[in-house]
Design a binder for this molecule. Structure first.
Ligand code: CP3
Length: 350
């Protein structure tokens, strides 16, 4: 029997709502911090298939999760394009060689995932061996737009002044960069699919910072281009999820892009989102990650409300509306997951 996570993405009947959590392998887990310490740096952790495999499986040992997600980072792709990724303590990601102008964009190559990024498919193969059929494995990438923001800003940004100026003043150059990124992302996801992932997710963390017109042209169009290039397996295309943080206003357009499921952040009511997208896509989300600071009884109540808002029938994958924060108590995560297991079967008995 196909796992309920995959069936929910395809809107096929399930006996309960599947649940996983963005950033489920991370610093809120003491066992993650232990391996992270041993690795020395975050990039050492990402580039060692053995360590990446170990931390990918950690949250599944602790909780009743319905999917594992490959332990890696979206910024490995620009790193392989020669930008030189560093993680500065307390500051986040930074590139040694950010994109400064036209020449940098013309010069960018599309990396071969089996060469510069070989540690990623190697980690996927190892994780699949250890995971067996306990749960499906999700592969992922950043969206072309979100990767471009980091590459042009040189790191995290509040205003996105550099990338937006490039987009407003030099749209042709912006398109050239996004085309290369769409090809790089598709090749990268295809290498993960060939190595055995069961579903893929494209993270568009910064698409929600655009106005409606530019969102469609510079973010959504390139996410669509990625999807069109995904390779087919013996069973056809594997399920694909698209998540634009802050994209709640554009769900109808997103549902037309062809992805099987859309991720929702916590600012959109999942019940109205379901009405708007109809039977075109499944929905994944959308508990506010900050709700996990509240007492377990409160967390359980919030989980129940989301299940009620979505209503009966398949097509819902329970998740947070964004990644879990590093100082959440592991028991609070457990309360959320247990509540989904306890309350959700009632929404699938017809
Ligand atoms: O979800 C998972 O468990 C899989 C692993 C995963 C990580 N990053 C591990 C990570 C995934 C899916 C990502 C995606 C990612 N990375 C996104 C898109 C999703 C989102 O959160 O919006 C973005 C924007 C990034 C870029 C990035 N990487 C940032 C902004 C940071 C935070 C820097 C910091 O120090 O807080 C990272 C680092 C990172 N990626 C960590 C983890 C567990 C923490 C680093 C550490 O352990 O030291």
């Amino acid at each position: 029997m196909t796992h309920c996570f995959i069936r929910a993405l395809l809107r096929q009947p399930v006996e309960r709502t599947p649940v996983w959590m963005m950033r489920q392998a991370g610093r809120y887990l003491p066992e993650y911090r232990e391996v992270r310490e041993r690795a020395g740096s975050f990039m050492n952790l990402c580039t060692s298939p053995e360590l990446a495999c170990e931390v990918t499986l950690q949250p599944l040992e602790r909780y009743r999760l319905d999917a594992a997600i490959l332990f890696s980072d979206i910024l490995t792709v620009p790193d392989a394009m020669g930008l030189g990724l560093e993680f500065v303590e307390g500051e986040g990601p930074r590139f040694r060689n950010p994109i400064r102008g036209a020449t940098d964009i013309h010069r960018l190559g599309v990396p071969d995932p089996e060469a510069e990024l070989a540690y990623v498919p190697a980690a996927v193969r190892l994780i699949k061996q250890h995971l067996g059929d306990r749960a499906p494995l999700i592969g992922f990438s950043g969206s072309p737009w979100t990767l471009a923001t980091y590459m042009v800003e040189g790191g995290s940004s509040r205003e996105f002044r550099k990338i937006k100026c490039l987009m407003y003043e030099e749209p042709a150059l912006m398109h050239e960069l996004l085309e290369k990124l769409a090809d790089a992302v598709a090749l990268y996801l295809n290498a993960q699919i060939a190595a055995g992932v069961d579903a893929v997710m494209v993270f568009d963390t910064w698409g929600g910072n655009l106005d409606a017109e530019h969102y469609l042209t510079f973010s959504l169009r390139y996410a669509e281009r990625v999807l069109q290039q995904l390779r087919l397996t013996a069973r056809g295309r594997i399920p694909a999820i698209f998540f634009t943080k802050g994209g709640g206003q554009w769900l109808e357009a997103m549902a037309d892009a062809g992805y099987d499921a859309l991720g929702l952040d916590w600012t959109t009511d999942i019940g109205s989102a379901r009405q708007r997208v109809g039977d075109r896509v499944a929905l994944q989300g959308n508990l506010d990650p900050v709700a996990l600071y509240a007492r377990p009884e409160v967390i359980r109540g919030e989980v129940r409300k989301i299940l009620e808002r979505y209503g009966t029938g398949s097509g819902h994958v329970f998740n947070l509306g964004h990644g879990v924060t590093p100082d959440i108590k592991p028991e609070h995560v457990g309360a959320m997951i247990d509540a989904v297991h306890e309350f959700s079967p009632a929404f699938h008995r017809i």
